[in-house]
Unconditional design. Structure first.
Length: 87
């Protein structure tokens, strides 16, 4: 499942979420509940080239792994708070 970034058109809050490619864009903002989220295109699809922050492929992969591990740790903490029998 890919990780998508969203931005609310009302409160301008941003968040990321793992979602299936076939799932539609969320209809409610988790912060203000009034706004409509829109998907933020990934930086890798940018039409401008910024040579000052150019990263090698290995660095991009390493950063993606770090972010995925942080997300997994966050999800595990949330599940532990719910006091499920899974942990």
């Amino acid at each position: 499942m890919p990780k998508y970034a969203y931005r609310c058109d009302c409160c301008q809050s941003e968040w990321t979420s793992w979602a299936s490619v076939s799932l539609p864009i969320p209809t409610d903002c988790p912060e203000c509940v009034q706004g409509t989220p829109s998907r933020i295109p990934p930086e890798s699809l940018s039409t401008t080239k910024d040579t000052t922050q150019a990263l090698k492929t290995g660095q991009l992969v390493e950063q993606a792994i770090i972010e995925a591990k942080e997300d997994l740790e966050k999800q595990a903490k949330e599940l532990r708070k719910e006091d499920n029998d899974y942990f």
